[in-house]
Ligand binder design. Structure first.
Ligand SMILES: Nc1ncnc2c1ncn2[C@@H]1O[C@H](COP(=O)(O)OP(=O)(O)O)[C@@H](O)[C@H]1O
Ligand SMILES: [Mg+2]
Length: 378
């Protein structure tokens, strides 16, 4: 009986010692894991760089600040080519590995990419221009086989020119809507000012994105900021713009006129554009967008008041004092007229509100003109 008791004690001891050992192993494993984790956290972060050229197991890379280095490539690294994004050790700049699809994530941060929803009906006047656009942009995107059979090449791109506020952006969005195309919008002045040192790469990535998302329309507002004739390209800033412009021309030359990408450039300074961008094979078709005629102003006003809560509006009277208003001015008048009513706690908009709004918009424009004059002539 005694020995039995003793056996129980031993048995109990062995059991609890086994449990403890097990626990010990688990804890040891945990400590190991945590140590590894700690080691990982202590490592300095890797830098993302761009490969410029490859020489066997060495390469020229460009680091984010723009400087270039001749560096070693780790033997574990997969095969690289120029243009790849790679992870690089910060201390010695050894290339550790490649990372995928880093580029396009960036582009989408820099440019507006959308699927617009603008119907032709929302555009007042401009019927002739709309017909031309449909023929040179919409038709080739929708029915390329027609052009193949006929054996003609539609333009790769077009240029919309005319003063601001006349509906150029609107037209481009309407074409994109009609063709179910991705609309990629860049502003020329931003491309050359904001992305210093990155302009050319950005242009390259934008066209890459356009091909991936085809059918697509690359819309470049203020094209003149990028594509003006340059008399001398002395400063580094000017050389940078020139590089970006050259990349743009290379991209234009690099795609098929019957592919799924079309370029629409926009400017109010056609006179200063470099002829390299407007010549055949590039933005060869030029469409002038005029200030609306009287008839067009009536149509535009109709379009913009369609969803407004107006009452007994004397359109004739309103239109009679809107000579040389652009579409953008007319829209501004409508919004302002709505505000006039709201300020007086009304929700029906009257002729009086419109007359007041027109006065306000005219005054604002005069102020802007004075401001510009001051800036130019002091
Ligand atoms: N022809 C037009 N028909 C209807 N609305 C217009 C027209 N032109 C301009 N607008 C209005 O003015 C706004 C700005 O026009 P936008 O297309 O940006 O002009 P642009 O690109 O020529 O400077 C448009 O969103 C639209 O509301
Ligand atoms: Mg515009």
């Amino acid at each position: 009986m005694d020995s039995d008791k003793f056996g129980d004690v031993i048995y109990g001891y062995t059991a609890s010692s086994n449990a403890l050992e097990e626990q010990n192993t688990v804890l040891k494993e945990n400590v190991g894991k945590l140590r590894n984790e700690l080691e990982r956290y202590k490592k300095s972060p890797l830098m993302i760089c761009e490969v410029r050229e490859i020489y066997g197991n060495q390469a020229i890379i460009k680091i984010p600040n723009g400087n270039q280095f001749f560096v070693e490539v780790s033997s574990d690294c997969e095969k690289l080519k120029a243009g790849d994004s790679v992870l690089v050790e910060q201390k010695n700049l050894v290339v550790i590995g490649k990372i995928a699809a880093h580029n396009n994530f960036d582009v989408e941060k820099f440019v507006i990419v959308e699927n617009p929803n603008v119907s032709w009906k929302e555009i007042g006047g401009l019927q002739k221009q709309i017909d031309e656009l449909r023929e040179v942009v919409e038709l080739p995107l929708r029915k390329p086989e027609l052009f193949r059979k006929a054996g003609i090449q539609p333009p790769k791109g077009i240029l919309l020119h005319g003063v601001p506020g006349t509906g150029k952006t609107l037209l481009a969005k309407a074409v994109a809507t009609a063709t179910n195309a991705t609309f990629i919008e860049i502003v020329g002045s931003e491309l050359v000012q904001k992305y210093i040192g990155e302009g050319a790469k950005l242009v390259k990535d934008i066209f890459q994105l356009a091909r991936e998302r085809a059918p697509s329309i690359v819309f470049i507002d203020e094209l003149d900021a990028l594509a003006a004739k340059r008399i001398d390209i002395g400063t580094s800033g000017e050389r940078e713009v020139q590089r970006t412009f050259m990349q743009f021309l290379a991209e234009l030359d690099g795609f098929e006129s019957l592919g799924g990408v079309k370029v629409v450039g926009c400017t109010n300074r056609k006179d200063i554009l470099d002829s390299a961008v407007t010549r055949p094979g590039r933005l060869e078709r030029h469409i002038y967008i005029p200030v609306p005629t009287k008839e067009a102003r009536r149509e535009i006003l109709r379009i913009h008041i369609k969803n407004m809560n107006t009452k007994n509006l004397d359109l004739q009277k309103v239109l009679s004092i809107m000579d040389d208003f652009t579409g953008a001015d007319i829209r501004a008048v409508c919004t302002e007229a709505g505000y006039c009513a709201i300020r007086e706690s009304r929700t029906t908009i009257t002729t009086e509100d419109f007359l007041q709004a027109i006065k306000t918009i005219k005054e604002k424009e005069q102020e802007e003109k004075n401001e510009e004059h001051l800036q130019m002539f002091g």
